[in-house]
Design a protein around this ligand. Structure first.
Ligand code: PAF
Length: 278
């Protein structure tokens, strides 16, 4: 795997692949099986797979969260090499990423105002800013995102549509530990006891998936919230349409829904979601 520390060198190298399919996996490092499944997906359809590792300061609304974000570069490089990733962009500085930034303005609509948009002010502006810059550097044909951050995936799709970028945004299934816990870089910050407590997120989502059928779901959401509170400090638990992310309390046939949860276990903020079958 080739590692580039500056966008200039990376661009210089990638130019020769302009007629081939470039698959791109942007990450913030602290890689786990979820990220590696994105690389695997990319390898299946792309001629060359590029990964980036950059903890983007502009998407953290909480500076403590940014400071404690795990950094495991040596291990990440090892994992990427074993997976057969071709190129890694590991910028040497924040300035290297943002040097040619064009001011973009994207109307993200209501999908950016709910859930993570409402609870982490500025977060999606930061995500859109960095992803658009990275797309400009890497010029991928396809980019791969995990569905654990389902709202982020919707926002990137919307951004690509609004900016008329010719990039296929591929959403990849959530990868879970055997216990059911969704893989996350933040899991590294949990103690063993907290990892057990964190299972309440998937247990609550499974409970909603089993019980929420056509009709009123308010009661199930209240029960789900009570369940969540037994082991965590919930931020939100909600069911929303999968297309518009509009929150609902009544499920109709022939519509796709997902249940979304954010809860804190110890000092760690965890996120997860699941499909709801009506
Ligand atoms: O999902 C992430 O890890 C980040 O939000 C992303 C897409 C790499 C942008 O910094």
């Amino acid at each position: 795997m080739l590692i580039f520390k500056t966008q200039k060198e990376l661009r210089g190298y990638l130019e020769q692949f302009s007629t081939q399919i470039i698959g791109f996996v942007p990450t913030m490092g602290a890689l786990h099986q979820g990220h590696l499944s994105l690389i695997e997906n990319a390898k299946q359809t792309a001629d060359i797979v590029v990964c980036s590792i950059f903890v983007n300061p502009t998407q953290f609304n909480d500076s403590k969260d940014f400071e404690k974000y795990p950094i495991t570069h040596d291990q990440d490089i090892d994992l990427l090499e074993k997976k057969g990733c071709d190129v890694l962009y590991l910028p040497e500085s924040v300035e290297d990423v943002y040097q040619n930034e064009k001011k973009i303005s994207v109307d993200l609509g209501n999908i950016a105002n709910v859930m993570e948009g409402a609870n982490r002010p500025g977060h999606f502006n930061g995500v859109v800013q960095v992803v658009s810059v990275l797309f400009d550097i890497v010029k991928p044909n396809k980019a791969f995102f995990g569905l654990k951050d389902f709202q982020q995936y919707c926002i990137i799709k919307r951004m690509v549509h609004e900016l008329k970028l010719d990039i296929d945004i591929v959403g990849c299934s959530i990868v879970r530990e055997e216990s059911g816990l969704a893989m996350s870089s933040r899991n590294m910050l949990l103690t063993e006891t907290e990892k057990d407590e964190a299972l309440i997120l998937i247990q609550t989502l499974n409970y909603l998936q089993e019980n929420c059928k056509q009709g009123d779901v308010k009661h199930w959401l209240e029960n789900g919230m009570a369940l969540l509170k037994t082991q965590s400090q919930p931020e939100y638990l909600t069911i929303a349409r999968a297309d518009t992310l509009e929150t609902v309390e009544f499920l109709e046939k022939n519509t796709e829904y997902r249940a979304f949860v954010v809860a804190h276990v110890g000092n760690v903020r965890l996120i997860d979601n699941i499909e709801i079958f009506v």
